[in-house]
Design a protein around this ligand. Structure first.
Ligand code: DMJ
Length: 643
């Protein structure tokens, strides 16, 4: 594998990014201790044999063998008076040298070998006197020592990597006083959410703002991993809430521990924790975030140990045992989960110089590329044992969404070098447009869901992110259809705004229909909730960045006011169970993505474009900004697109 130097990122020439295995001696397989012990015994038996044989041989043979071993050895020597030839401070032994000195030297070496060997024999005999259990206990102690050593290594600083150009991380103050005021209001909402979490839920994953205590769900496993802290860090940073940021950093430094017996969602932990930690690292430059991200990533790797390399949905952080969700079609992994690792994993390889992360996600991509796709669509379910699709359901909302997003963002994040990802995105979007995107009777463009050859005319709140994605992917689109995709983005933004506007609370339902005269309205009771989700606001923000049409700020402000009016409680912010009811009930959960995404996108919507410019930053699916990597001249193994 070639390892050429990286192109300069900010006018400096960077050191080579050596991604070969030899660059990571600690990653090489080490001999297991029990094997080492057996080898030691065999070796000492062998030495005994040789040594014994040596003493039984006739004297002449001994000298001959010994001389053979020493003849070509250079022994440091400065005395040339007795006929030796001095070559640069070394004497070539055996050319007219002093016979007596030679014999003395031989004798000294013989004695040393004998003493060393007797010691080794004694040790081996002692070991053999011990019971099997005692020997095993000793092996275990040695193993523990190695584990401790590795732990120490883990907390050592990682090799320094030149940072990409980090532009626009603390600006964006709008000149217009009205916009400034709105931005300040959003910052105040962030402070309210954070302060209450700080007071009532600190260290827990999320907050119950009404019960005023910690909250968690199975995606985070059963331990307190401070999901809200990690998810919120970069929002705090860009809002200039530096004291709060420092509090979060301190907690992470002291308390965030991944050696817990806890089964977590690989996808959620990747997008919220690894994404959040990496963004916090890039923004603040604090090493602790990078170190924690890498430690955590190491804990996710066993999830990839499946017959196909498609990871399990869940992994136990301690045992490394993985499995899939019980509800997934025929034991399948989920497209939006195993397909939403690319951005973070490429950054991990970039920062550590270790190709393992990159190789895992490229393996997934290659496997997907080879598979047949019904109607050119990617089904949501893939069995990690057989490598076959599960049910033929396709969605740009739940179960599918961020897979498409990450194809586009892989291309953007590679400084548009990863053309393979762009092609996969273009192909997928063409099939989606053909089979899933329709106009309702009332003229609203919507994205439906494909279920076994049938289009369900229903769109999820989650699907609304696609408006922003189409706009983001417009530039560079196939056949130069930039205008078309920007228009498609605007239409989706409009439809999603309608789904908010047609409710009592002016907040969007979880899913809405376009059927039998129903237009952008939820029908089933269990689809009427709003859980502080970001996708609609996310699309407003992208549309604002690309068009500067004031209606996007206006729509964003409507949503801000509705959230503040109906979701704010004295203990934080809560989701509501029915957006069509004038007296809503709360679900009593302040989701971590409310701080990571919803409030961040709102804040950016009312900031100038020079805060996190899209030419330099790509947001992961949890709104964590990661810098564009200028990898033009870097070989990352396996992907010709990077060469
Ligand atoms: C977030 O965790 C991410 O945006 C994810 O991709 C799906 N949606 C939730 C919030 O709705």
């Amino acid at each position: 594998m070639t390892t050429p130097a990286l192109l300069p990122l900010s006018g400096r020439r960077l050191p080579p990014l050596n991604l070969g295995a030899s660059a990571f001696p600690h990653h090489r397989a080490t001999l297991r201790l029990s094997e080492k012990f057996i080898l030691l015994l065999i070796l000492s038996a062998f030495i005994t044999l040789c040594f014994g044989a040596f003493f039984f041989l006739p004297d002449s043979s001994k000298h001959k063998r010994f001389d053979l071993g020493l003849e070509d050895v250079l022994i440091p020597h400065v005395d040339t008076s007795k006929g030796g030839k001095n070559l640069g401070g070394f004497l070539i032994h055996g050319q007219g040298h002093d016979e007596h000195r030679h014999r003395e030297e031989e004798e000294r070496l013989r004695n040393k070998i004998r003493a060393d060997h007797e010691k080794a024999l004694e040790e081996a005999k002692e070991k053999l006197k011990k019971s099997r259990d005692e020997i095993q206990a000793e092996i275990q102690t040695e193993k523990n020592k190695v584990v401790q050593e590795l732990k120490k290594k883990d907390s050592k600083p990682l090799p320094p990597v030149p940072l990409p150009n980090l532009i626009g991380i603390n600006s964006g103050e709008p000149a217009d006083p009205d916009i400034r005021e709105k931005r300040n209001k959003i910052k105040e909402m962030m402070k309210h959410a954070w302060d209450n979490y700080r007071q009532y839920g600190w260290g827990h994953n999320e907050l119950k703002p009404i019960a005023r205590k910690g909250h968690s769900t199975n995606i985070f496993g059963n331990s307190q991993m401070g999901a809200t802290i990690v998810d919120a860090l970069d929002t705090l940073y860009i809002m200039g809430l530096h004291d709060e940021f420092r509090e979060g950093q301190e907690w992470i430094d002291k308390n965030l521990d991944f050696s817990v017996n806890s089964e977590v969602s690989v996808f959620e932990v990747n997008i919220r924790f690894i994404g959040g930690l990496l963004a916090a690292y890039y923004l603040s430059g604090q090493e602790v975030f990078k170190i924690k991200a890498v430690q955590l990533a190491g804990k996710l790797l066993p999830a990839f140990n499946t017959p196909t390399g498609i990871p399990w949905a869940m992994v136990n952080l301690k045992s490394g045992v993985g499995r899939n969700w019980g509800w997934a079609s025929a034991g399948s992994s989920i497209l939006a989960e195993f397909g939403t690792l690319h951005m973070e994993f490429v950054h991990l390889s970039y920062l550590t110089g270790d190709p393992v992360y990159y190789n895992k996600v490229m393996h997934i991509r290659k496997l997907l590329q080879k598979m047949d796709r019904p109607n050119g669509l990617y089904p949501n379910y893939l069995n990690p044992r057989t490598g076959r699709w599960g049910q033929h359901h396709t969605s740009v909302g739940g179960l599918g969404d961020s897979f498409y997003e990450y194809l586009l963002k892989a291309w953007l994040m590679s400084d548009k070098m990863d053309t393979e990802a762009r092609k996969m995105y273009d192909d997928a979007i063409e099939a989606i447009e053909k089979h899933l995107i329709r106009k309702s009777n009332g003229g609203l463009t919507f994205i439906g869901e494909w279920k076994n050859g049938h289009l369900e005319r229903k769109m999820g709140h989650l699907t609304c992110f696609a408006g922003g994605m189409f706009a983001l992917g417009a530039d560079g689109s196939r056949d130069d259809k930039a205008g078309h995709y920007l228009q498609l983005g605007a239409e989706i933004a409009h439809t999603c705004h309608e789904s908010y506007d047609r409710t009592t609370l002016k907040l969007g339902p979880e899913a809405f229909k376009f059927d039998g005269g129903i237009e952008a309205v939820a029908v089933r009771q269990n689809e009427k909730y709003y859980i502080l989700r970001p996708e609609v606001i996310e699309t407003y923000w992208y549309m604002w960045r690309f068009t500067h049409d004031p209606k996007y700020r206006q729509w964003g402000w409507e949503a801000t006011q509705a959230i503040d009016k109906y979701c704010r409680v004295s203990g934080g912010f809560s989701g509501v169970k029915d957006v069509y009811s004038s007296s809503p009930t709360y679900d009593d959960v302040q989701q971590s993505f409310f701080l990571a995404e919803t409030l961040k996108y709102l804040y950016l919507l009312f900031s100038n474009d020079d805060l996190l410019p899209l030419d330099n930053w790509v947001f992961n699916t949890e709104a964590h900004p990661l810098p564009v990597l200028h990898l033009a001249n870097t070989t990352l193994s396996g992907n010709p697109a990077y060469r």
